[in-house]
Write a protein that binds this ligand. Structure first.
Ligand code: MTE
Ligand code: MO
Length: 263
């Protein structure tokens, strides 16, 4: 699928991604190269995604996006099966507060009332009883200190914790052989991930940032944090989780951005 944004470029990069991203992903880049996936223009784009090189220029961001899309989803899935762990960092590197982004400005965030909020479950899940925030916050937590990479060309290291998504899906009797996990959000944003990403050991339903409940702009009471996808796959203010075999376009994929958006 080629990227054809219907509107003028939405993203205006503010800060180039550091060279360290290149170092962190060197092994992965080499692994991909060995299998001959990166060729010609594709290699430039794919490397740009993983390295963040040259994404300080808007045309470069666009070409990166185009290349990401050209990077066949099936190939990406095949690579993923090797289970690459994303690099993790130390607490001293964590940016506080996290850096905000949404398809609207921070002033327009509508906070979710954690007291009345419920997580709804849909699709191929045996136990669809809704969850309160209190119930979710009582589940065992996993902490991830990982880099968030937005296609706008900026990144930051964040410290997220909350229940492991795989453990949660197992607990509610989700069909783990289904293809997709969808997230419908309180702001009517939608995102979905492939099941391999949902089951990845570094994918969590985040409830906390730097040890405290996530603040309103960053997805309170519940958001996704996956270490293997671009920023926009990390749905904030989750209202419904659905497990399904049906592919549906999501908020950004409808606008031409790559649906897979990761490794
Ligand atoms: N519900 C919802 N989730 C969302 C978005 C959004 O607009 N609505 N924006 C996405 C984008 S583009 C990014 S980069 C990250 C930003 O997360 P942060 O504000 O915690 O850094 O959230 C993602 N999740
Ligand atoms: Mo983003």
């Amino acid at each position: 699928m080629a990227i054809r944004p219907r509107k003028p470029p939405l993203f205006r990069p503010k800060k180039p991604i550091g060279r360290s991203v290149l170092k962190e992903h060197r092994k992965l880049i080499e692994a991909i190269d060995r299998r001959g996936v990166l060729r010609g223009t594709l290699s430039l784009g794919a490397l740009a995604l993983l390295t963040g090189c040259d994404v300080s220029e808007e045309p470069a961001v666009q070409s990166t996006l185009r290349a990401v899309s050209a990077w066949n989803d099936g190939v990406q899935s095949a690579l993923f099966r090797k289970v690459h762990l994303a690099p993790t960092f130390s607490p001293s590197q964590v940016v506080k507060p996290p850096r905000f982004n949404a398809y609207y400005d921070i002033e327009n965030v509508r906070p979710v009332d954690g007291g009345s909020w419920q997580l709804e479950l849909a699709g191929r899940i045996a136990d669809k009883r809704p969850w309160t925030a209190r119930q979710i916050y009582r589940l065992p937590e996993q902490e991830l200190i990982i880099r968030h990479i937005c296609v706008e060309g900026w990144d930051y290291i964040g410290q997220w914790s909350g229940p492991n998504l795989r453990a949660f899906l197992e607990r509610v009797g989700a069909d783990l052989s289904a293809k997709y996990v969808y997230f419908i959000c309180n702001d009517d944003y939608t995102e979905s991930i492939d099941m391999a990403c949902a089951l990845h050991p570094q994918t969590i339903l985040a409830t906390k940032y730097a040890g405290a409940p996530i603040a309103d702009p960053f997805g309170y009471p519940l958001r996704l944090r996956t270490s293997t996808k671009l920023g926009y796959k990390n749905a904030k203010w989750i209202r419904t989780i659905e497990v399904t075999n049906d592919f549906r376009e999501t908020f950004w994929s409808k606008q031409g951005f790559n649906w897979f958006a990761g490794i």
